[in-house]
Design a protein. Structure first.
Length: 129
């Protein structure tokens, strides 16, 4: 297992899936840009399949959602499973998916069960190669 950690988040590669865990409750544009930069460096600019643990996120502003939903924020994403364990994080994740990520052609789904989310993203990776 490979791993990098910064003050913004942790990225681990487990069985070919990137596990991203945010360390901040409030995600702003600076944090978002750093996380995307870290992801791309970690994967050596190759396609990645993401399991995102969004349980600690309490807020994400419009500018940051727009960045995450841009061609830069989604660059080389092959699929994304978002884990949420509260009404607030589920609301934020749904908003991001339905407003910002809907225009991109990669599978994305929100889960309340961590194991189910990881199984789903592994299957997406397997299907897409």
């Amino acid at each position: 297992m490979r791993e990098i950690s910064s003050s913004y988040g942790t990225i681990k590669e487990i069985d070919g899936i990137l596990h991203l865990e945010y360390k901040n409750e409030n995600i702003n544009l600076e944090i978002a840009k750093k996380l995307v930069e870290d992801r791309l460096e970690f994967t050596n600019h190759t396609i990645s399949y993401l399991f995102i643990d969004g349980t600690s996120v309490k807020s994400i502003d419009k500018q940051t959602r727009d960045f995450f939903g841009s061609s830069v924020g989604t660059y080389l994403v092959g699929g994304m499973a978002i884990f949420s364990n509260s009404k607030l994080s589920t609301f934020l994740a749904n908003f991001l998916v339905k407003v910002n990520l809907v225009k991109y052609n990669f599978p994305v789904k929100i889960f309340s069960d961590k194991a189910e989310a990881i199984t789903w993203i592994k299957n997406i990776k397997h299907i897409n190669g």
